[in-house]
Ligand binder design. Structure first.
Ligand code: N01
Length: 506
């Protein structure tokens, strides 16, 4: 049973019910912190895995690693999970967790302002107001679709939708369809819809590296073994984890170490495409790893199909009936799918969160780009904890690992606050600056900054404010304990009792 009403006050407001919000709720409850509310704008748990339902949606991180460490799933059907299985997994974990009664769905956070005198967050939602001691945001780095700013797009008369807002009412059978973008979403969509449409134009601005997807179905024997012996499954997960960590030096230190991956991508092109002109068009011109490395066995063969065209001329404008490229060619279409990614370097929640001086996170970050302490706390925003905040993203492994590291840090922060009777904790400016100076220094040798591409990892100042430039076990170690010396703290002020609050509001 979930809730449909918001209490006037709670200890912790958690925003978002994806991996981050759900994981936080479960771990807070385990730590004895039962007084929390999870506010979710969607209709159920799942976050990105609830929203991305496009054909072919699947994870490009191995299933064993892309799940909570505390909730192994012996039933994954494939070594890379399809979206419906991940969504079903999150639903099941939520149902079995015993915390769903504190989830309020269909509710949007409109504003959250820190009241320094009361040491409380005052949160305004579409369902009313609530105040809390901490504000924990798990609203996702890839949740707000980015629509392309192309002349005429609003006048398109056919069906148009973003990859993360797939319109399942539109039957693509026999239609002329265009897909804009060739990122992780597009390369999963294209092979699926190519089976159905009459004609498909794929508009590519930058060719990505696509290596083979070494996917396979788990055998019944493997699944039985995982069920009978969770230790075996843990061992398997651990082996995958360490295998993934070996990629880190190539991304962060010596991009040349990725030569075998580059070779695999070039072979993937030769295997999938025989036309030399098309091969040339899909061959990337930057260092592998600079943009996210994609995995697919079916993308290149789909592009090579007779009724599929890869268009590399820049899009000039969109008319009510088609797409016009810079050379003046108009290609008529019935349906336009924009697979153009998400707002990553200006997180939408930042506009709604206001710190002790009344400025929003977005305003503070507008000056120098996103920054936080340990990707989690922000100077000027006491008792705010962000999951998947700045520089927590990964190019090589599972975000669930990073999320669990942050959740442990937040739970320890709250434990520390209780033990010392603190009413507010806030990272010092010096600690935050030192953390970010070190991060940006490390970025100088990464392929993301030196690989000759532009990507959503970089903000408008050219700073990489999205990715973590070290191993994930280093991140976990650095967030193992709440490090009090890096924080300014305040003793707790007396809070009014519920009776007193009612007397005031009466
Ligand atoms: O978005 P993207 P995505 N005109 O930003 C192009 C995760 N994910 O939704 O490269 C023309 O990667 C843009 O071109 P360019 C994963 O972390 C995970 O595909 O900027 N084209 C690019 O080709 C991933 O990285 C899974 O030149 C325009 C594309 O649109 C992240 O989500 C699956 C344009 C956008 O690619 C985002 O992936 C799917 C314009 N105006 C996604 N604007 C898993 O399997 C943009 N483009 C876990």
């Amino acid at each position: 049973m979930t809730s449909t009403t918001l209490p006037p006050a709670t200890q912790h407001v958690i925003v978002g019910a994806g991996f981050a919000g759900l994981g936080t709720a479960i771990k807070l409850a385990e730590a004895g912190e039962h007084d929390f509310v999870v506010i979710e704008k969607g209709t159920e748990v799942g976050g990105t895995w609830r929203d991305n339902t496009y054909p072919g949606a699947a994870c490009d991180v191995p299933s064993q690693l892309y799940s909570f460490s505390f909730a192994p799933n012996p039933d994954w059907s494939m070594s890379f999970s399809p979206q419906p299985e991940i969504q079903a997994y999150l639903r099941r974990v939520a149902e079995e967790s015993g915390v769903l009664d504190r989830f309020v769905f269909d509710t949007e956070v409109q504003d959250a302002t820190y009241d320094a005198a009361a040491q409380r967050w005052r949160v305004t939602t579409s369902r009313g107001e609530i105040e809390s001691e901490t504000l924990i945001t798990g609203s996702g780095g890839l949740s707000e679709p980015r629509l392309p700013d192309i002349e005429g797009i609003d006048d398109f008369a056919g069906e148009i939708f973003h990859s993360a807002r797939w319109n399942h009412d539109v039957d693509l059978t026999g239609k002329r369809v265009a897909v804009i973008g060739t990122g992780a979403s597009s390369i999963q969509i294209v092979p699926e819809i190519a089976k159905q449409v009459a004609h498909l134009d794929v508009y590519q601005r930058t060719a990505p590296y696509v290596i083979p997807r070494n996917d396979r179905r788990y055998t019944g024997l493997e699944k039985r073994l995982f069920k009978l012996s969770p230790a075996v499954q843990r061992l398997y997960r651990t082996a995958i984890y360490w295998g993934r960590e070996t990629y880190v030096p190539a991304f962060t230190w010596r991009p040349r170490l990725a030569a075998p991956a580059k070779q695999a991508a070039l072979i993937n092109i030769r295997r999938g495409i025989s036309d030399p002109e098309l091969r040339r068009k899909v061959t990337p011109t930057f260092e592998i790893g600079c943009k996210r490395i994609l995995i697919s066995n079916t993308y290149y063969p789909a592009l090579a199909r007779e009724h599929v065209d890869l268009v590399t001329d820049p899009i000039a404008r969109i008319t009510p009936t088609g797409v016009v490229t810079a050379d003046g060619t108009e290609r008529p279409i019935d349906v336009l799918i924009v697979a153009t990614g998400f707002h990553t370097t200006e997180q939408p929640i930042a506009e709604h969160v206001r710190g002790r001086d009344g400025r929003s996170l977005a305003e503070v970050w507008a000056e120098g780009g996103m920054s936080a302490y340990k990707g989690t706390t922000v100077h000027g925003f006491p008792n705010l904890f962000q999951i998947v905040g700045p520089n927590v993203g990964l190019a090589h492994s599972s975000m669930v690992f990073m999320i669990e590291s942050q959740v442990a840090y937040i739970v320890d922060a709250i434990r520390t606050m209780r033990a010392h009777r603190f009413g507010a904790v806030e990272p010092t400016r010096a600690a935050q600056e030192a953390w970010n100076d070190d991060l940006q220094q490390r970025m100088t040798t990464t392929v993301w900054n030196t690989g000759g591409c532009s990507s959503w990892y970089l903000d408008s100042h050219g700073r990489n404010t999205t990715l973590w430039p070290r191993t994930t076990f280093t991140f976990r170690r650095l967030l193992q304990r709440f490090d009090l010396p890096a924080y300014d703290v305040e003793a707790a002020v007396a809070q009014p009792t519920n009776d007193e609050k009612e007397a005031v509001s009466a």
